[in-house]
Write a protein that binds this ligand. Structure first.
Ligand SMILES: Nc1ncnc2c1ncn2[C@@H]1O[C@H](COP(=O)(O)OP(=O)(O)OP(=O)(O)O)[C@@H](O)[C@H]1O
Ligand SMILES: [Mg+2]
Length: 338
């Protein structure tokens, strides 16, 4: 890795108001992306991910706030002056240019010496595993291959960061998995700052150093995949990432979250470890999901939840029967909201 390839991005108090919308599309977002970090924006449709990425890229002007790269404010710069690579869901390749010429295009735009253009374009194609396709036209490639060309074209001029907005969104499951691994490898090899947008939690959890969870134009929580999963700060984050059992607490507005794999199930009170929290529940269903069973639960307050058991492990009761669900206090998380 080339250490000078890594640049930090700082987003400070950034908002975007579109005329006619009842609330800001992006609402006072502050976020630091460390040099070389793989940061993901995760959130439901309409939560402000694309708008935030577009403000960083320079396609959408900010209503307020600032965006800095390496400490310098870039908010006023035209997109091509920001030196950031961008890849969208639609590959947007030039249809009449060969793969090699598509990838060489940004270098020619930047007046890179002719002698260098060819070798750098070839290197970028090698990076995405497409050296054999240099002379083909985009329409002679599969969707996954076209998206690789778009990736090569976005990094060929060694931008300060690579921004990707749902780059796997148009691909089928198998290609998506393949290209996801390629993107992880590119990140390791380039050491470049990556910003990735998705609404797919599996993509976010497997690729990212850190994830920023967007909801209603705000960032609800920023953290490593483990932090978000083990210690969600809000009910929204707990329910958006993985499955949760949510227990509301008397007397305040908070809730307790316990992940399914942390719940023990008992036929009666005698086997509940002392010190464990407990709730009565009815087993609503037992579903086989490969290497484990998902056990649907309805708690005595009517809330639905679930537990997990490795396939083969004995269950304390059958569907329709009552069990006691218990958990260690160290495995519960207090969250805001709900
Ligand atoms: N050019 C625009 N004019 C008006 N409203 C817009 C514009 N672009 C986005 N919006 C609105 O801003 C909000 C955030 O949109 P954005 O595209 O950032 O969401 P997103 O998180 O990327 O969603 P998705 O997962 O569907 O791509 C939405 O309510 C959207 O309708
Ligand atoms: Mg979007």
């Amino acid at each position: 890795m080339n250490p000078s390839a890594s640049h930090g991005i700082r987003i400070s108090g950034v908002s975007k108001v579109f005329a006619g919308l009842p609330r800001p599309a992006v609402d006072d977002v502050s976020l630091d992306i460390a040099p070389g970090e793989f940061m993901t924006f995760l959130g439901p449709s309409g939560s402000g991910k694309t708008t935030t990425l577009s403000m960083i890229a320079g396609f959408v002007p900010l209503t307020s706030g600032s965006i800095c790269v390496d400490g310098k404010d870039i908010s006023g710069l035209k997109p091509h002056k920001r030196d950031l690579g961008v890849v969208f869901q639609q590959y947007a390749l030039f249809p009449h240019l060969t793969v090699a010429k598509n990838v060489a295009f940004p270098l020619q735009q930047r007046a890179v010496p002719k002698s260098e253009v060819q070798s750098r374009a070839a290197d970028a194609l090698t990076l995405v595993g497409l050296s054999d396709c240099a002379d083909r036209l985009p329409r002679q490639l599969s969707g996954g291959q076209q998206q690789r060309v778009a990736l090569a074209r976005a990094v060929v001029y060694q931008p300060r960061a690579l921004l990707m907005d749902e780059p796997l969104g148009a691909l089928d499951k198998k290609l998506r998995d393949q290209l996801r691994k390629e993107i992880a490898r590119m990140h390791r090899e380039l050491g470049m700052t990556f910003l990735f947008v998705t609404h797919d939690q599996e993509e976010a959890l497997t690729l990212s150093d850190r994830i920023a969870v967007f909801n209603n134009g705000k960032v609800e929580q920023v953290g490593t995949p483990t932090e978000l999963y083990e210690r969600p700060a809000t009910l929204f984050v707990a329910q958006f990432l993985g499955e949760s059992n949510v227990f509301t607490e008397d007397g305040d507005h908070g809730a307790i979250v316990v992940r399914p794999e942390r719940l023990d199930l008992h036929a009666g009170p005698d086997s509940v470890p002392s010190g464990h929290q407990r709730r009565k529940a009815v087993i609503t269903e037992v579903v086989y999901v490969g290497n484990h069973h998902r056990i649907g639960l309805r708690f005595d307050d009517g809330a639905e939840g679930s537990a997990m058991r490795l396939a083969g492990a004995a269950l304390p009761a059958a569907p329709g029967e009552t069990v006691i669900a218990s958990w260690s206090q160290s495995h519960q998380t207090s969250v805001q909201g709900g």
